[in-house]
Ligand binder design. Structure first.
Ligand code: SF4
Length: 108
C-alpha cells in the first residue's frame, strides 16, 4: 500500500508454487522483471496447504521499498491487494495481519 510505504507483497514477490514461468511479467525489452529466489515460503497459518514461490523484482527500489514504475506496474501487480473492501475487518487491520504473517522458508 503506497500510503503505508509497504513493500510486503513485493519483497519478496510471492506467488503460488504452481505459478508458471511464462506468466512472469516482462519489461519493454521482453526481459523478465522477476528473478527466482529458489526458495519456497510456507505461511504458518496455512502450513498444510499453501506453498509459495518467491522472486526478487527488478522494479523494486531496495532503498525506499517502493516500486520504481508503479504507474506502469504489470497487471498481476495491479490486480493484487492485501485487503478486501467487503471484509468485516478494517483495511488497517487486514494490512497489519498481512504484514505480520509468519513463514517458514525452505530451498526449492
Ligand atoms: S513491478 Fe512494482 S508492484 Fe510489481 S512486484 Fe515489482 S515492485 Fe512490486
Amino acid at each position: 500500500m503506497l500510503d503505508k510505504k509497504c513493500s510486503s507483497c513485493c519483497s519478496p514477490v510471492k506467488v503460488h508454487r504452481s505459478f508458471p514461468d511464462e506468466k512472469i511479467p516482462v519489461d519493454v525489452n521482453g526481459e523478465k522483471i522477476w528473478t527466482d529466489r529458489g526458495e519456497i515460503m510456507i505461511p504458518i497459518k496455512h502450513i498444510d496447504t499453501v506453498r509459495l514461490r518467491t522472486f526478487d523484482c527488478k522494479k523494486l527500489d531496495q532503498q525506499t521499498g517502493q516500486c520504481q514504475d508503479y504507474e506502469n506496474r504489470p497487471d498481476i501487480c495491479k490486480n493484487t491487494s492485501c485487503f478486501d473492501e467487503a471484509h468485516p475487518s478494517s483495511i488497517d487491520e487486514q494490512h497489519r495481519e498481512f504484514v505480520d504473517e509468519k513463514f517458514i522458508t525452505t530451498k526449492k
